[in-house]
Design a protein around this ligand. Structure first.
Ligand code: RUB
Length: 365
């Protein structure tokens, strides 16, 4: 993605690997500060996923693959049984960070599969190339989702999006934002409504920042305003990303997505979900079987921002100790989804058939 830093424009990825070190944009600091941070081992990487230094299904998946690459390098001098044990423990640690995004679990599985034959040195090599392949596949998938999704976008259109399903949630380009970027680059007249996305405000902090970097016109709105704009006829389509999609097309995505989908349906506005193969989990029959992460009450009672001197600062908006429920995701039933934008085509209902036809049952590569 293009990032303007100190008056110059640079091309950066959200996360990348340099040997055993992972480098990534610290998304907790955006939009106030642009900082690249470093993760030296797989334990730090697991911590960074959990603390949301990087977040978004695609980025979490790539981080999971890179975390496995780090673990393989950490255990390179061990004998084979010890190496295998170390890798399995690392996989477990990485899996236990965030439960909802399917990409993380697929990425870890791909790395474990890659490490299943050969000497320790060969297995390390195989895990490294698999982790890099996951990142490259994601990049190509998001580029392709942009091309295919762009065909659904008219020359003049107002699009609502929720959370951040942009380059920051992936390696680059993004899922929901990929078609929007391309449409804008082709000169289409786009206006994006950005839901702020409480409690962590990925819309306000990250999506608005990405659109700003790219010069795409947008309006940040509070989560409660989506219905207002839809009912007034000011939204032509909705595009969101996804964290896990069940075999029947039910979609787990950032909390609040479900209500946007119902509102879109009520107002006859097409509701699209952009997601790569890695986000589909065909072992989940429907949305009921998707585990929904519940996060700390601290995210609800307080908010992080910067003060007047631009120093990071937290304010309390409810009393410390207030009783809270904080599900990070919800499930949108497939019946509210107009179509899925994937790297292998636009999938239309009935989704049980189109998903199976496109992705088969077992292949996650
Ligand atoms: C992110 C979120 C995003 C999806 C889409 O949640 O819900 O909409 O992950 O991501 P969080 P992608 O910020 O809690 O991780 O575009 O990577 O598929």
């Amino acid at each position: 993605m293009k990032v303007r830093i100190d008056g110059t424009t640079k091309e950066v990825r959200t996360i990348w690997r340099e040997g055993q070190t992972i480098r990534l944009i610290d998304q907790r600091k955006l939009p106030h500060r642009f900082e690249i941070t470093t993760l030296e081992d797989h334990v730090e990487t697991a911590g960074a996923i959990m603390d949301m230094v990087m977040r978004g299904a695609g980025a979490i998946g790539v981080a999971g693959g890179y975390g496995m690459a780090q673990a393989a390098l950490e255990a390179i001098d061990r004998d084979l049984p010890e190496f295998e044990r170390y890798l399995l423990e690392a996989a477990e640690r990485l899996r236990s960070t965030r439960p909802t995004a399917a990409n993380l679990f697929h990425a870890i599985e791909r790395c474990l599969d890659a490490s299943s034959t050969g000497t320790v040195a060969e297995r390390v090599e195989a895990v490294l190339s698999e982790a890099d392949a996951i990142a490259e596949d994601d990049l190509e998938a998001s580029r392709q989702m942009g091309v295919l999704g762009n065909e659904l976008i008219d020359d003049e259109v107002r699009i609502l999006t929720h959370c951040n399903a942009g380059a920051l949630a992936f390696i680059d380009y993004g899922t929901a934002l990929s078609p929007i970027r391309l449409a804008h680059r082709q000169g289409k007249k786009i206006h994006v409504f950005v839901d702020e996305t409480r409690p962590r405000c990925q819309g306000a902090r990250l999506t608005a920042w990405e659109l700003e970097q790219e010069g795409i016109p947008y309006s940040l709105i509070v989560d409660n305003a989506a219905g207002f704009f839809m009912r007034r006829g000011e939204v032509d389509m909705v595009i969101v990303g996804a964290d896990r999609i069940a075999a029947n097309g039910d979609v787990a995505n950032k909390i609040g997505t479900y209500e946007k989908a119902v509102l879109a349906h009520e107002n006859e506005i097409p509701f699209y979900v952009a997601a790569p193969r890695m986000t589909f989990d065909l072992t989940c029959k429907d949305g009921e079987s998707i585990e929904i992460e519940e996060r700390s009450p601290q995210e609800i009672v307080g908010m992080w921002g910067v003060d007047d001197t631009r120093n990071p600062s937290r304010i309390l908006i409810a009393s410390e100790g207030t009783a809270v429920r904080n599900p990070a995701f919800d499930v949108t039933p497939a019946k509210y989804v107009t179509a899925f934008i994937t790297e292998r085509g636009i999938l239309s209902p009935p989704f049980s058939e189109s998903i199976k036809l496109t992705f088969g049952e077992a292949d996650i590569s």
